[in-house]
Design a protein around this ligand. Structure first.
Ligand SMILES: Cc1cc2nc3c(=O)[nH]c(=O)nc-3n(C[C@H](O)[C@H](O)[C@H](O)COP(=O)(O)O)c2cc1C
Length: 373
């Protein structure tokens, strides 16, 4: 069996294979509520044969949305709107579903990418005030966020906890804490965006404090053993910023706490970033962390992993324990089927699709196990 298609555990969660559908904002929610876009989109991705589906960045409070169209999980209406999406997936797919919980911090109050992206000017009728580790925008021209008070920090922490409990009660299988891509928790981690002089800034310990307190509070509110993982930007790709050495310290602190997985991305904290874009360019970051962790928690590599052989080599040679696929999955939502064909193995599929195997690939698909619905 190819290593990519061997099962793996993220804490108590069993994945049929090592292909993770990475979280992707759809900017298609209304007041934080899922719409028929989500039903169609996630229903489709749940037919892909991947080992895990991670739902898009979902805001834990209104102020923490990237755009006004982000999914949210800060009220009951949003729970009710997401319920049919999950029920639909469950009815037709055995794929476990994780949700990414997020707060955008100073990158909130932005336009959707197809509306130009970036922070709305404070004068825009849809703009709202943002909060960050310090009163410093991503771009000097962006509206200046408020520096979080201790009261803000306490409220934000509680919002993460409340959203986590809603997610678990809704029946989601796992939670990924969004600690990457220049959003709020990453804004606290990086010395480039955290200029605080209190207990939440300064030393590495101070800058990691909010991430670890949020993780601890969520974990304490969830049932024992509920899979809680973390996505990080392992480096800012800026001199003097957050880097792999600091990520290693954070990774060990998370492993110590029973973190279910580490999803290793990079960047998006500072406009001066110099990213060496190339196929698999973030894999060495995941490998550095995996080597340092020495098996204490599984590590997901992500970023321009687009080819089956490339993914197989990453797993087989121990560069990562699982791989995340984002854009290639939107382009071809049957990416795992094609990977299985190229690697000469089988993948589970809905019975309605079993007759579609291409000539020469008979036996590629087998019926997915019965769903629980
Ligand atoms: C449309 C789109 C939306 C994204 N939204 C999120 C998100 O909600 N949370 C997140 O952590 N990353 C997000 N990302 C980043 C992806 O998860 C992934 O890390 C990145 O695209 C690199 O992987 P890829 O080369 O396979 O696309 C998004 C990427 C795309 C293309």
């Amino acid at each position: 069996m190819p290593a990519l298609f061997s099962p793996i555990r993220f804490g108590t969660l069993e994945l049929a294979n090592r292909i993770v559908i990475a979280p992707m904002c759809m900017y298609s929610a209304e007041d934080g509520c899922a719409t028929d876009w989500h039903l169609m989109h996630y229903g489709n991705l749940a037919q892909s044969g991947a080992g895990l589906l991670v739902l898009e960045a979902t805001a834990v409070e209104a102020r923490g949305r990237i755009s006004r169209y982000d999914l949210g999980l800060w009220n009951d209406a949003q729970v009710q709107a997401l319920r049919p999406v999950l029920a639909h997936i469950r009815r037709h797919s055995p794929m476990p579903v994780c949700i990414q919980l997020a707060h955008a911090g100073r990158k909130a109050s932005s336009l959707r990418p197809w509306e130009g992206g970036g922070a709305m000017p404070a004068t825009h009728p849809d703009a709202w005030p943002t909060v960050s580790a310090s009163a410093q925008g991503y771009l000097p021209t962006d509206p200046t966020p408020a520096s979080a008070t201790l009261q803000d920090i306490a409220e934000i922490k509680q919002s993460f906890v409340d959203a986590a409990v809603r997610a678990q009660q809704l029946g989601l299988d796992a939670i990924e804490l969004h600690n990457a891509h220049g959003y709020l928790l990453h804004q606290f981690l990086s010395p480039l965006s955290n200029l605080r002089t209190d207990a939440y800034g300064g030393s590495l310990e101070g800058r990691m404090r909010l991430t670890l307190e949020v993780f601890d509070a969520m974990q304490a509110a969830l049932p024992t053993g509920f899979p809680l993982g973390v996505r990080i930007s392992a480096t800012d790709w800026v001199e003097g910023g957050w880097d792999v050495a600091q990520s290693q310290v954070l990774a060990h602190a998370l492993a110590e706490r029973g973190c279910a997985f580490l999803h290793v991305s990079s960047a998006a904290l500072h406009p001066a970033q110099q990213i060496p874009i190339a196929p698999g360019y973030q894999v060495p970051l995941a490998t550095a962390l995996r080597n340092s962790l020495n098996g204490r928690m599984p590590v997901i590599a992500v970023g321009l992993i687009t080819e089956a052989q490339q993914a197989e080599a990453i797993i087989q040679t121990g560069q990562a324990d699982a791989i995340g696929v984002a854009r290639a999955m939107l382009y071809n939502p049957r990416w795992p089927w094609e990977a299985a064909r190229q690697l000469g193995t089988q993948v589970a599929a809905a019975p309605q699709y079993l007759r579609c195997e291409p000539h020469g690939a008979k036996g590629l698909l087998h019926a997915a196990p019965a769903t629980t619905d």
